[in-house]
Design a protein around this ligand. Structure first.
Ligand code: SAM
Length: 654
């Protein structure tokens, strides 16, 4: 954790990193939380408080420039963890905690672990500890309305005080240095989120500013939710033409990427469908590329573009999570695309529906074989042999990865790559028959090659399999754009985690993961628009475990320290927030400090929401715009979850 989560985010002081390595964080949390002790996130402790995020503890100690022999005051000892880390470097640590129970537990931990240079007392730390000062450094682990005067007074000359300051949801980490007896300098170290500092020179219990530290005559800065409210453009109903007109600003882009904060929220689908219809109808977009498997989406594409029906082995989107594509919102879009295409006489101008994802390996194998059977039966025989290598694993390709791992070599790799190469080499011959059919077959052959590799490297964990999948999705998009010509324009539907630029989230910063959004920005620059979606609460269609049943779950209200809560606190129900550079610069700047953002996929686990679903991001860098629906509803599935006599041949009602 120290090397990956802390050093890589910029903490350089070896003394701090070593101290972090030495103190066992799991001893400072309850047994139930111990398994999360080495996650870089705050964790709940008793009395409704938190043990701070390890990165923040390290960053604060580094900022306070604690050196051996220093006398240090920590206000807000909580679990005692930060005091213990400080104690590894400093000479003496004085720690104050206002909750008696927390103070007692922290004291017991210090004794059990043999930390002898920490003295702890229970009381109001905003008044400091005058008898023990002056201090070389003071760290405050809770956020006050301003810097307590008492703490400044107890700093030694050259002493450093590090404290979060500001309204909840809009705190900055502040460093005060005492330059001389009566001179202090102050600098801001960036946005943070801490529990409130409650005391005589902090907040009062009811959340108001305590009187004794207030400097009269100071004017009030606009809060972030107020700034969001000012910048937000209200979204009318989906069928109001004014709704889609708000997105005209992105219509000149080559690629418009539309995200979602969960895979099971109806408003995200409805909004994306409305925007998609408008971009197709008014702005010449002809590619709708979604986070679904290529062969499944191809069946839909045949339907919407009135191409001859394919003989598929199974109806599309039969595999988990079926509700993602088999739902009423998607069904409506597909029907719309079909009837709209009917009126477009020029076939190339018809909008198609494509899948970017790689999971349906067996569907792709069947599609390549079916294609070759039609156009080149001799080549089909060879392909059958090559793909035969994967036959034993087709039902559950993940087992192929496990098998190659134990065998130590990738048995089918060469065969599937060769098959793909050969098919592409015959492009000129094959494509003469039908360009669309060739594109379909080529993409299926590419999918099999990517999937073979994907299922193998999945077993090593880490970023590689994610990166392979997103690179495949991006290359599929590129292939589509290339196949449709230089003026082709695409709309992409994928989760926020795929379309929000990964370089500005924990994915890129700490996990070396990239995604389609990042790759699009790198290739298309301003010609790609990355639009994220978010919600505060409501219901969502999701499973509890992988391959589990779909459930309609309640989405917990967003966390107080998240971007979502800032949007909720704006008081607006549905809006578009334009985050493009040059627009709302003051807001962009203030939103630009990393904060938590919620990611719900096909799995939603409210019980462990913080660790399972929240991650750090810098919203205005991640997206060009953010679409907000304060309260949202689960999608309505068409599949067996809600059997309503829907024919199994969906999406064909015939
Ligand atoms: N450093 C702690 C750790 O490593 O676990 C972090 C604890 S938490 C973020 C902040 C703590 O500050 C809470 O335990 C809270 O009770 C305490 N606190 C808030 N106001 C305080 C005050 N005026 N004096 C002392 N402690 C205070």
């Amino acid at each position: 954790m120290v090397d990956v989560r802390i050093a890589r985010r910029g903490v350089r002081d070896e003394r701090v990193l070593n101290a972090m390595r030495t103190v066992p964080r799991e001893r400072f949390v309850s047994e139930a939380m111990a398994e999360f002790a080495y996650e870089d996130s705050p964790l709940p402790i008793e009395e409704g408080q938190t043990i701070s995020q390890p990165y923040i503890v390290a960053a604060m100690i580094e900022a306070a420039e604690i050196a051996p022999g220093d006398r240090v005051l920590e206000v807000g000892a909580g679990s005692g963890y930060a005091a213990a880390v400080i104690g590894q470097i400093a000479g003496e640590v004085y720690a104050i905690e206002r909750h008696d129970a927390l103070g007692r537990m922290a004291q017991e931990r210090f004794e059990a672990l043999g930390y002898k240079n920490i003295t702890l007392r229970v009381g109001d730390g905003t008044r400091g500890w005058p008898d023990a000062g002056p201090f070389d450094a003071i760290l405050v682990a809770a956020g006050g309305p301003e810097v307590p005067q008492a703490l400044k007074a107890q700093l030694a000359v050259d002493g450093r005080l590090v404290i979060p300051v500001g309204e909840y949801g809009d705190q900055k980490l502040c460093k005060v240095t005492r330059c001389s007896e009566d001179r202090y300098s102050e600098e801001s170290l960036g946005a943070v989120t801490f529990v409130p500092l409650i005391g005589e020179q902090g907040w009062s219990e009811d959340g108001r500013r305590s009187a004794s530290n207030h400097v009269p005559g100071t004017s009030r800065k606009q809060t972030l939710p107020e700034m969001i409210s000012d910048a937000a453009e209200n979204l009318p109903a989906f069928d109001d033409p004014a709704f889609v007109r708000l997105f005209d600003r992105f219509a000149d882009r080559r690629v418009v990427l539309l995200g979602e904060a969960s895979h099971g929220t109806s408003e995200f689908y409805q909004a994306r469908a409305a925007i998609t219809r408008h971009l197709i109808e008014q702005h010449g977009f002809t590619i709708v590329a979604v986070e679904a498997d290529w062969p499944d989406a191809a069946t839909v594409d045949h339907y919407v573009r009135h191409r001859p029906a394919q003989k598929a082995a199974e109806a599309p989107f039969q595999r988990f999570p079926t509700w993602m594509w088999r739902n009423t919102d998607i069904a409506a879009l597909i029907e719309w695309m079909r009837s709209r295409n009917e009126a477009v006489s020029e076939k190339d101008a018809r909008a198609g529906f494509y899948g970017l994802d790689i999971y349906n390996m067996s569907g792709s194998i069947a599609a390549v074989l079916g294609y070759l059977d039609r156009v080149d039966p001799e080549a089909a025989k060879v392909a059958r042999e090559r793909y035969g290598c994967l036959t034993p694993w087709q039902k559950d390709p993940a087992t192929y990865g496990r098998a190659t791992l134990s065998r130590g070599y990738a048995e089918c790799e060469e065969a599937v790559i060769e098959q793909c190469r050969e098919l592409l080499a015959k492009r000129l011959d094959y494509a003469r028959e039908d360009g669309d059919d060739f594109l379909d077959a080529a993409q299926n052959a590419r999918l099999v090659a990517s999937a073979e590799r994907y299922y193998r490297i999945m077993y090593y964990g880490g970023a590689e399999s994610w990166n392979l999948r997103d690179t495949h999705m991006f290359e599929t998009l590129e292939n589509l754009l290339e196949a449709k010509g230089p003026n082709a324009k695409a709309i992409v539907w994928a989760h926020n985690s795929h379309i929000g630029d990964a370089r500005h989230t924990d994915m890129g910063v700490t996990r070396d993961e990239l995604n389609i959004g990042q790759l699009c920005r790198e290739k298309f620059g301003r010609d790609a628009a990355l639009i994220g979606f978010g919600t505060h609460t409501g219901t969502v269609a999701a499973a509890t475990d992988w391959d589990g049943d779909m459930e309609v779950k309640r989405v917990l209200p967003s966390r107080r320290d998240s971007y979502e809560r800032l949007c909720h606190d704006s008081g607006k129900e549905r809006f578009l927030l334009d985050l493009s550079p040059g627009k709302h610069e003051a807001l962009r700047r203030r939103l630009s400090e990393p904060r938590l953002e919620r990611f719900i996929g096909v799995i939603y686990r409210p019980d462990t929401e913080l660790w399972s679903h929240y991650s750090q991001a810098v919203l205005p860098e991640q997206f060009d715009a953010y679409v907000w629906f304060d309260e949202t509803q689960a999608v309505t599935p068409l599949g067996p979850e809600h059997h309503r006599g829907m024919p199994e041949t969906y999406p064909f009602g015939e």
